[in-house]
Design a protein around this ligand. Structure first.
Ligand code: H53
Length: 792
């Protein structure tokens, strides 16, 4: 099913055709937007054929299908992704020659589809791409949020959020399917096994084709938009009350209006529960409808369908699937038996605040029949395991524990890195694991090398192809073949030149967007991720202060120049994270303006970190900051992207860092800090933070400087809260790991002084992390969880 080639002239003709007939624009008057649309439609046309072929083949072979249910898909931009996977990036560049804007200008013009918060949403997007690359018949199901993740600005160093509106312009990658619509009920009353909802909305489908590498296969990402079941209250309209008449429509649409901007935090809101149920019910109705096109016996569902629940967010799928099967004539017991064989659950966090719990009152009010079913499921599980401990119940203390519900209803439960999976077995799900040995499996996360290397880092991608030939993009273990070349002069020079070119480009962009001048020969030290206490951006900025302090004490010392780059958003309601954002900006302002530093240290925090910014920063990084408190970061995926792009890690033994270090070699990884076990032991020591601070002259000095208001002269008390918490409530052990982190940073400096040695280390990172392709992860899910083989 390979694509026929297309010449630049043919693509050019297609672009001009769409400009004229789809957009109604004369090329002489077309805007950047018009050109982008015309190019997007022209490339999209090339996806439609493999998309149809994939669907046809799936029906013909009756292959088992995979369904990935996720409240988040952090897709980013589509145009360059499609061009890359179709192998048409060069053709697209040439097609536009002499016409108007360049291809990269079109790419820059596209808004990011930011339908996710962070790692979990981005993982879902990488998985969709890998499923298509591997030719697995799969659908993603999610919500078509009108407003994706908020835009971040800084005002006086503080984070300010404004709504994101990616749908203000037409979205060229979707096909609206008004005919695919399902009614979703809420509230109301239950009589026996029958539910009469008190409210309902319509879920209508919008399909995005997701094309795999080389355009051989395409799957569908189906996003649901909420619409009112009755558009207008005509009685009220005729009575002249126009606002009230439009109310049903407005209320219904709120369900798909905004993405909840919480990352790893449980949002206990009725609207959030409605969003979850809305997506799940629409998806399951759609899955069953498709199943019954070719099948008649619902008891055989597991032979044809595997459903993956991305975290607990879609966990209501258990009772909903039973409800839908009961409507098709199955008993509760039969329905539960089918559901357990079809559903699987990925756990992405151990943080208790992220494991969803809903009050039984709220659940009973919003989803009364589901509340009944949950109680029956709890009862059923209790009867099957009469000696089970109390806290494995789905309902405890008038709360529905969605983690336990997801676990109990799942065929397989997986963690997202080896360490995380061990901790899942030992902590949150220890008792359920004992009752269901073998259910928990590990699938270490991965990232798609098409977007995170081929697209984001053309300089390095070209060097790789020149060195080991084509084909590594879909067979990432082949990066190992780079290793024998790493010592060659030619390779070393080219590898260095690629990194330097990326750093120069980043330095220019930083200058344009923030006005800060940066030296491309400095270490580009980057921490990009959501702002969270456990990710310890605070430790990083405090260590930056320590470095600044040292430079000021010895301005003529032989310092290694550094650019500390931060990127990330805080959840709007997360006060402590917002203080950290403010502190980073305040520290940056003081350091960057300090003449004594002579430019040896710069701190840069470009606002509004998103997928596109990550694509820009990661290829230009020298040092990857992965410094979470051990045991808290389930996996991390940014860590993999950096290593793949030739960036050594400074990090703790947390999440997938452990496996990255095993693969790149301990000598190519700057390890520091307590292990997960040591973290637990340390917390038992009363006053551990005070002890650590008193033992560290450096940390005492740093905290003193911050407490004095040196970074907030206009408001000297601003950071008393941060300093006070460091002394007394340092749950994430910044103080206890500080000196080890500082020492590891000194080791980084020493290593940097040997440019050849550094470069070798960087190149070995690229050569040894082929394992972290999301293709490998998906193959793992296929074999260990879904029991599927590719159809192609
Ligand atoms: O999921 C990533 C992990 C990362 C983890 C993240 C995550 C979210 O982004 C949101 C909610 C949640 O429970 C977990 O924090 O460690 O790499 C993908 O598995």
């Amino acid at each position: 099913m390979a694509l026929d080639g297309i010449t630049p002239q043919e693509l050019r003709d297609a672009v001009l055709w769409h400009l004229t007939y789809t957009l109604g624009k004369d090329p002489g008057h077309a805007s950047l937007y018009d050109w982008r649309m015309a190019m997007s439609f022209s490339l999209r046309d090339r996806i439609v054929e493999p998309w149809f072929d994939s669907t046809r083949l799936t029906y013909e072979t009756g292959a088992k299908r995979v369904y990935y249910l996720s409240l988040e898909f952090l897709i980013g931009k589509m145009l360059n992704d499609a061009a890359t996977n179709l192998g048409l990036r060069d053709v697209a560049e040439r097609a536009l020659e002499g016409l108007g804007p360049r291809f990269d200008e079109l790419v820059a013009d596209e808004p990011d589809a930011a339908l996710g918060n962070g790692g979990l949403g981005r993982l879902a997007a990488c998985f969709m791409e890998s499923l298509a690359t591997l030719g697995v018949p799969a659908h993603g199901y999610g919500i078509r949020y009108e407003h994706g993740l908020f835009r971040q600005r800084f005002e006086g160093g503080r984070q300010v959020e404004t709504p994101e509106d990616w749908l203000k312009q037409k979205h060229p990658w979707e096909f609206e399917r008004p005919e695919v619509a399902y009614e979703i009920g809420f509230k109301g009353s239950v009589h026996g096994d029958s539910w009469s909802p008190g409210e309902s909305v319509m879920a209508t489908a919008h399909d995005m084709p997701i094309v795999g590498w080389q355009g051989k296969w395409a799957n569908t990402l189906r996003l649901w938009a909420a619409e009112s079941t009755n558009l207008l209250d005509l009685d009220r309209f005729n009575a002249g009350d126009y606002t009230a008449a439009a109310e049903p429509e407005a209320l219904a649409r709120t369900i798909s209006r905004v993405l909840y901007p919480d990352d790893t935090t449980y949002a206990g809101k009725e609207l959030r529960l409605k969003q979850e149920y809305f997506m799940v019910s629409a998806a399951l109705q759609d899955i069953l409808r498709r199943y019954f096109v070719t099948q008649t016996d619902p008891r055989q569902l597991h032979k044809h369908v595997a459903i993956q629940l991305n975290d607990t967010h879609p966990a209501i799928a258990g009772p909903e699937l039973i409800r839908l099967l009961m409507k098709r004539g199955l008993t509760f017991e039969e329905g539960a038996g089918v559901a357990e064989r079809v559903l699987n659950y990925t756990n992405h966090t151990l943080l208790p605040e992220a494991l969803e719990r809903w009050s039984t009152w709220l659940m009973g009010n919003v989803l009364p029949q589901h509340m009944d079913l949950i109680e029956r499921l709890d009862d059923r599980h209790r009867k099957a395991h009469p000696d089970r401990p109390k806290h494995v119940g789905i309902v405890q203390n008038n709360e529905v524990h969605m983690g336990n519900l997801a676990f109990i209803m799942a065929n397989k439960v997986n963690g997202v890195s080896a360490l995380h999976t061990d901790l899942v077995k030992e902590t949150v799900f220890a008792d359920l694991h004992a009752l269901h040995p073998g259910r928990i499996v590990n699938q270490t996360n991965g990232v798609t090398p098409r977007r995170w290397l081929k697209l984001a880092n053309p300089a390095l991608a070209t060097l790789i192809t020149d060195t080991i030939g084509e084909g590594w993009e879909a067979d990432l273990d082949r990066l190992q073949e780079l290793e024998p070349h790493i010592g060659d002069n030619g390779f070393a020079t080219a590898f260095g030149a690629a990194k330097r070119a990326n750093k120069v480009a980043l330095s220019n962009w930083i200058g344009e967007t923030t006005g800060i001048a940066t030296d491309p020969d400095a270490i580009f030290d980057i921490q990009i991720k959501r702002i969270h206490e456990y990710k310890r951006q605070l430790m990083n900025i405090l260590q930056t202060v320590a470095l600044w302090h040292r430079i000021r004490q010895d301005p003529d010392g032989d310092w290694v120049p550094r650019v500390k780059i931060f990127g990330g958003k805080s959840a709007p309601g997360y006060a402590v994270a917002k203080e950290i954002v403010h502190l980073i900006n305040d520290v940056a302002a003081v350091i960057n303006a300090d003449p004594q530093v002579k430019g040896l240290l710069k701190v840069v925090y470009p606002p509004n970190y998103n997928v596109s910014m990550a694509e820009r920063l990661i290829p230009a990084a020298d040092l990857s900051e992965q410094i979470s408190t051990a045991g808290k970061e389930a996996s991390g995926t940014g860590n993999m992207k950096f290593a793949l792009n030739g960036t050594p890690t400074i990090g703790t033994l947390d999440g997938a860092n452990v496996e990255i270090r095993e693969r790149v070699g301990a000598e190519n990884f700057f390890l520091f800090g307590m292990t997960a076990d040591e973290v637990v032991a340390r917390r038992r020591i009363p006053d551990h933070a005070r002890l650590a601070i008193e033992a560290s002259q450096t940390l005492r000095d740093v905290l003193q400087i911050v407490a004095e208001g040196r970074f907030s002269p206009d408001d000297p008390d601003r950071y008393h809260g941060i300093v006070d918490r460091m002394w007394h409530h340092d749950y994430f052990l910044v103080a206890s790991d500080f000196d080890a982190f500082d020492a590891a940073q000194s080791r980084v400096d020493s290593a940097w002084r040997d440019p050849a040695g550094w470069q070798r280390m960087a190149a070995l990172n690229t050569a040894r992390v082929g394992y972290f392709s999301s293709d490998r992860t998906i193959r793992g899910y296929m074999a260990d969880i879904w029991d599927v083989t590719p159809a192609s």
